[in-house]
Design a protein around this ligand. Structure first.
Ligand code: P6P
Length: 333
């Protein structure tokens, strides 16, 4: 029997979701549509002159690639046009967006946080990039404008999270708290098919992913952990694999087993990754796949956010590997 499509899967599982009112399904469907449009743009990038810096800087003071801007606009417009969310926050926007409904009556209850094109520094060198999204129920009263606290919720409150990886094939991987499922796009007909049902981490992986170029700036605990990974002992040495695109490194590790690390350093005391629209959604997916996500000491999804674009050290992957990393942080910190 032909593999189930993402559309069929969303409908089938809508009833399993206790708050199902169809709104969440419509959000997932609009992300599905936007992902196809961005995929088309990303795949064409080499052909059409939309590569290279757009000359602007985003809130992270990083060069904005034109595709960053395009992907951001596509996801935001797709969500706004369908009037299915009351608020949106994006890595590319300094402030969150309050979505006005018809005659200013917006009865929608969900907000979406998004990193529209993560790993964008890889765009020009034809390496996989991705989109990361996180969905919460608003905490402020229905019908009123959203406020910052709607977005500063702990990751444990997420109702859905997922990523799109624009790689050798384009995949959409997501969870609504009932496990993790991966869908591969058939570009010939523009349909996502269930290709990776019930994605689950190996408890013990043999891959570690971090930018070892920052080694001298790492905390002592991380230096010792890297040496531990490289030691000829037991099931080690591990293999070092680092693509420099979170979605790609995460995706390889959830399939093969492994740990992704973005530590704090002297240069980046809070690390580089953003808590709200990178670490929390990836942590939700990791935990739903039997893995673990930590800031080195605490469960990522228990951290109380203070700012929209705050950064946090991030260790995520196979359960026992992250546990081991945390033991190093405790012992050497
Ligand atoms: P570095 C991409 O910019 C990103 O946010 C993640 O996708 C990636 O894992 C990381 O930063 C790469 O950062 O400092 O190693 O180049």
């Amino acid at each position: 029997m032909e593999n189930k499509t993402l559309g069929e899967f969303i409908i089938e599982n809508q009833n399993a979701f206790k708050y199902s009112s169809g709104e969440l399904s419509r959000i997932l469907n609009s992300i599905r549509l936007a992902a196809k449009v961005v995929n088309h743009k990303v795949n064409k990038a080499g052909l059409v002159d939309i590569l290279g810096s757009a000359g602007n800087k985003n809130v992270q003071d990083e060069d904005q690639k034109k595709l960053d801007i395009l992907a951001n606009e596509i996801f935001i417009q797709t969500l706004i046009n369908r009037e299915i969310v009351c608020g949106i926050a994006s890595e590319e926007n300094e402030n969150f967006i309050n979505v006005e409904g018809h005659n200013n009556e917006n009865k929608n209850k969900y907000i979406v946080l998004i990193d529209p094109l993560d790993g964008s520094s890889n765009i020009d060198v034809n390496v996989s990039v991705g989109t990361i999204f996180s969905v919460f129920r608003r905490t402020s009263p229905l019908g009123s404008p959203v406020n910052l606290n709607d977005f500063l919720q702990k990751g444990v409150n997420q109702v859905a999270a997922g990523y799109v990886i624009y790689g050798t094939s384009t995949m959409l991987v997501y969870t609504t708290g009932h496990g993790v499922n991966g869908f591969t796009l058939n570009p010939a007909i523009g349909t996502f098919y269930l290709s990776h049902p019930k994605m689950t981490y190996k408890k013990n992986g043999h891959i570690y992913s971090l930018n070892e170029g920052n080694y001298i700036h790492f905390p002592e605990a991380i230096k010792n952990y890297v040496k531990y990974c490289q030691l000829e002992e037991g099931d080690r040495p591990y293999t070092s694999r680092y693509i420099g695109s979170l979605v790609s490194d995460f995706h390889r590790n959830i399939i093969k087993g492994g740990i992704y690390l973005y530590p704090s350093s002297k240069k980046k005391p809070k690390g580089k990754l953003r808590l709200l629209y990178e670490c929390n959604p990836m942590a939700f997916i990791a935990e739903q796949a039997g893995g673990k996500a930590s800031d080195g000491f605490n469960r990522i999804m228990e951290v109380s956010p203070k700012e929209l674009h705050e950064r946090i050290p991030f260790y995520c992957g196979s359960y026992n590997m992250v546990k081991k990393l945390e033991s190093f942080m405790k012992k050497y910190q």
